[in-house]
Design a protein around this ligand. Structure first.
Ligand code: C2E
Ligand code: CA
Ligand code: CA
Length: 260
């Protein structure tokens, strides 16, 4: 259901804790095990039900609200990761970051606090930079991302292959991962395959982790595997889940049997 929303309404929703996180599994392409979860925001609207981020993130980005939503999703993801990780299991968490959030120090400060005050290794966290807006202050953003990389946090360029993201951008920013856009993963034309292969070779040459999103079919997984993507995400492996369901999905063995 589409709803007309205002900045005030979204502000109220944030304050009333109506924005919450779901977690979508990312699997290691070789082992097929869940190795990370991507945090995806949802709005539990009192009248409209669950509202998609596609409906409220753009409004949040036009206002200062994206900072608050982004920090909440970061905190939710990091807390969830503390439950997923045990001495013998390492599960990462990926949090979406709007370039708008990189225009101030708030994100860096929050990430440093979380990483320094908990026992989880910094590389548990990957920040997925969604280039919905062109990054204007590239040197400023690069410096901020550099300090996050120095902490050990992963930086991913999201939706790679569409929009503003380009190989040129990869040269300018200190990133550790490329996340190939769904449109490229699902394009089964020869030209699509060639473009995907070019990105895959580029990523491998630079030792960047390569993640494919939107993998829905075995044929798409086969292609992703052939192009040596490290990780895959999509309906084939699981939809966005609440924290408890995600935890059951990552924890092999007895826990999973408890409520079967
Ligand atoms: P995204 O970062 O590219 O996230 C992937 C989107 O694809 C998610 O939609 C996910 O549910 C969907 N998806 C996953 N697997 C499949 C598949 O196999 N097939 C298809 N057709 N779709 C799949 P969702 O959750 O609606 O999120 C939409 C977008 O909203 C995200 O795209 C991201 O750009 C933005 N977003 C979500 N949460 C946040 C957030 O906390 N902060 C920011 N800045 N943006 C967010
Ligand atoms: Ca993403
Ligand atoms: Ca995408």
């Amino acid at each position: 259901m589409s709803i007309a929303m205002t900045e005030n309404e979204l502000r109220t929703a944030i304050d009333a804790d109506q924005i919450f996180a779901l977690y979508q599994p990312q699997v290691d392409v070789t082992s097929r095990r869940v190795v990370a979860g991507e945090v995806l925001a949802r709005w539990r609207h009192p009248d409209a039900g669950i509202v998609s981020p596609l409906e409220f993130i753009p409004l949040a980005e036009r206002t200062a609200l994206i900072d608050d939503i982004g920090l909440r999703m970061l905190q939710a993801g990091w807390q969830a990761a503390q439950r997923w990780n045990t001495p013998d299991m390492h599960v990462g968490v990926a949090v979406n970051v709007s370039p708008v959030q990189l225009t101030s120090e708030r994100l860096d400060e929050a990430v440093s606090m979380l990483v320094q005050h908990t026992g989880l290794p910094a590389d548990t966290l990957t920040l997925e930079i969604t280039e919905s807006h062109r990054i204007l202050d590239v040197p400023g953003v690069a410096a901020r991302l550099e300090s996050l990389r120095e902490l050990g946090v992963g930086i991913s360029i999201d939706d790679f292959g569409v929009g503003y993201s380009s190989m040129e951008r990869v040269e300018e920013l200190p990133i550790s991962e490329i996340k190939i856009d769904i449109s490229m993963v699902q394009d089964d034309s020869d030209a699509g395959y060639a473009a995907f292969m070019e990105i895959a070779e580029y990523a491998h040459d630079r030792a960047l982790r390569l993640v494919a999103e939107g993998v829905e079919t075995e044929a798409q997984l086969e292609r992703v595997d052939r192009l040596h993507c490290d990780r895959a995400q999509g309906w084939l492996f699981g939809e966005p889940l609440d924290d408890a369901a995600f935890e059951r999905a990552v924890r092999p063995g007895p826990l999973r049997g408890l409520d079967d």
